[in-house]
Design a protein around this ligand. Sequence first.
Ligand SMILES: [Zn+2]
Length: 316
Amino acid sequence: MVYSNPANSTSQCTINEAIHYVGIGLHSGHNVSMTLYPAAPNTGICFLRRDVDPEHMLIRASWKNVVDTRLCTVLGNEHGITVSTVEHLLAALCGCGVDNLLIEINGDEVPILDGSCAPLIDMINQAGVVGQRLARSGIWIERPIEIRQGERYAILLPSEVPRITVSIEFENAAIGMQSLSVDMVDRVFETEIAPARTFGFADELHQLREQGLALGGSMRNAVLLDNDRVVNEEGLRFADEFARHKVLDCLGDLALAGAPIFGHLYTHKPGHRLNNALLREMFAHGDAWSRLSYEQINQRIDTPQSTDKSWINASS
Ligand SMILES: [Zn+2]
């Protein structure tokens, strides 16, 4: 069955047919070829590096395998094989309700495309998303989980609706302070978040390139800021495109939990390191969350729980 809204499906989903594309890596500047293949239930999302020894090529998309978070999220396996800039692809898969997928790639970085999820969403929708014979499960947040890194923080709160609230603060006047709260329901991700592009600063670009980074970066795949000005001729896709892109990054990083999270992510100045630290904190505290089937989750949403709300006072 092809779902019009697979994110609501109570069974696991994969894509209906393979998707192939070629594109440049944001940091490596290399052209990379990728093919996404349907995968069996309970496979999860797995990368296969086709350019290395087949015995070492498998890298599972899991929070446990995050090996670097400085400019993007990098996954690695026990053989030291890595794949970087995975967050936008993972956000698109999570937003489209894809649970199981094999991703063949012949390089170490996922193509950046236009810097957003929009082209990925189009390709996934074109291929179609199909239900599978095993039940899907989600992670239900039972009590708040919090991580702080200086002035940055990320809190996961119990919520019946998967929700992300982000605030950002940049000295750059083109960004300034922006905040946004989004319920990840229906097609909100696809229409409101997926088109938001990544961004970079002209004065940092030179420095990054000297370090061999951002070699594939251009105005075709990022919003470029020079002092307080957006350089891209086409301008912004949303007035708050920067905050929306942060929501996209958060969704992609949290997808590394391995199942959709039914909770409210409330975060200030989020980043890849903070997002991964939050997942590590969550998995270190088994009492803070429950793994439930979507049927159990639907029951909880229909029947208000008489849960202990003492955390409301405790955390204020
Ligand atoms: Zn991003």
